[in-house]
Design a protein around this ligand. Structure first.
Ligand SMILES: *Cc1c(COP(=O)(O)O)cnc(C)c1O
Length: 388
């Protein structure tokens, strides 16, 4: 059998050994607390489900969808961008419906990258930035996100010869896995950097609404000039507990949206109209469900942070995302500490190195279990404090 290079050169699955160890613990009868996966544990709010049920019954939603998205969905997106971010976009030319933002991340390089072109990707980062780049025969350049820079990339540290070949820049704030946020000053710097180096900016804003302590995550497009250079990806997944539904959208520069749309119209045939109708309900009805979820995550975050501090780990409460990015104790690397947590405390956390080499020295906890389970995890960690 002959396989493509792109399949054969995929990075090894770093979590395989953790997965195996987790399975072994479960087989032994251990009550494992899995804080590994970034998938909301609570169900989709009932008003959204109800709207899907009604839409599914209507035969007008059963045919091929429009590949750019229902006009009503795109109008709801434009209205939501105006209401939440005061960003004005034309629903006809500046919105593209996505089968989740992962699909957007994976396909966007095909619109802007020729073989050998460089794509600037955050490290640690969501793995699809580099993999989508490689699938399009581009070359990822990994920008380290370091604690001393508040997990923002240092554009000045990128070598000139790399910049000459760079065509696309991925950024992601609020950030997975670090939980870091970016202010408008960083986005302004990004616009300047993109204009100087002729880069397309793709801002993955998958955690746009998952925010705490009165923090509000800005849109990249709020910043002057951003609309000239970039697009922004949004996801219904984390905001409305809709990971299974596969719905997101891209907004921004109309020429970039059109180019991206050309790629997509040749790959998929759009999102099931009934799912888009549920999406309209999510975007246009009361956002109380989002505020309620954020209150739930805040309580979980505070419980975990208090617990981690009590065993001596230096963690600060993140302003956004459901990830706690914790430095590992002395004497451990991220795999070693994740193994200790699993084998001695029955807790699954994701080793930071799985998100790229600059993730070494950290583990990621996802706040995707109820607070009583998080408190239980904290109690178990206290019991192994002598090893931490
Ligand atoms: C979860 C996640 C996505 C994918 O979201 P979907 O809309 O479900 O595809 C994209 N980017 C980041 C950073 C994520 O964490």
């Amino acid at each position: 059998m002959n396989y493509s290079e792109r399949i054969l050169t995929l990075p090894p699955y770093l979590f395989a050994s953790i997965d195996e160890a987790k399975k072994a613990m479960i087989d032994k009868g251990v009550d494992v607390i899995d804080l590994g996966v970034g998938d909301p544990d609570r169900p989709t709010p009932p008003h959204i489900v109800e709207s899907m049920v009604n839409a599914v019954r209507d035969p007008k939603n059963h045919q091929y969808p429009s590949y750019v998205g229902l006009p009503e969905f795109r109008a709801a997106v434009a209205e939501w961008m105006k209401k939440t971010r005061n960003v004005t976009i034309d629903p006809k030319t500046q919105v593209l419906t996505l089968l989740g933002s992962k699909e957007g991340v994976a396909h966007v390089p095909f619109a802007f990258i020729n073989p050998g072109d460089v794509v600037l990707c955050p490290n640690p980062g969501y793995p699809v930035y580099t993999i989508g780049t490689k699938f399009a025969c581009g070359v990822p350049y990994e920008m380290p996100l370091l604690s001393k820079n508040n997990f923002l990339p240092d554009y000045d540290a990128i070598p000139k010869d790399i910049l000459k070949k760079a065509k696309l820049l991925f950024i992601n704030y609020p950030n997975n896995p670090t939980g870091a946020v970016a202010d408008k000053a960083f986005f302004e710097k990004t616009v300047k950097f993109a204009k100087e180096n002729n880069l397309v900016v793709v801002h993955d804003n998958a955690y746009s609404e998952m925010v705490y302590d009165d923090y509000k995550a800005p849109s990249f497009l709020e910043v002057p000039g951003a609309m000239d250079v970039g697009i922004e990806l949004y996801s219904m997944s984390k905001t409305y507990n809709m990971t299974g539904w596969r719905l997101g959208f891209a907004v921004g520069n109309k020429d970039l949206i059109a180019a991206f749309g050309k790629v997509k119209s040749n790959i998929d045939s759009g999102v099931f109209d009934a799912v888009q109708r549920a999406g309209i309900t999510a975007l246009t009805s009361s956002q109380q469900c989002v505020a309620d979820m954020n209150a739930v995550y805040t309580e979980r975050r505070n419980a975990l942070i208090t617990g981690l501090k009590s065993i001596g780990l230096d963690v600060k409460p993140q302003k956004a995302t459901f990830y706690v990015w914790a430095p590992v104790p002395k004497g451990y690397d991220s795999m070693g500490f994740a193994k200790l947590l699993l084998e001695e405390a029955g807790i699954v956390a994701t080793p930071g190195v799985g998100f790229g080499k600059s993730g070494e020295g950290f583990v990621r906890f996802a706040l995707t279990k109820e607070v009583n389970r998080i408190n239980e995890a904290v109690e178990r960690m206290k019991k192994i404090k002598s090893k931490i």
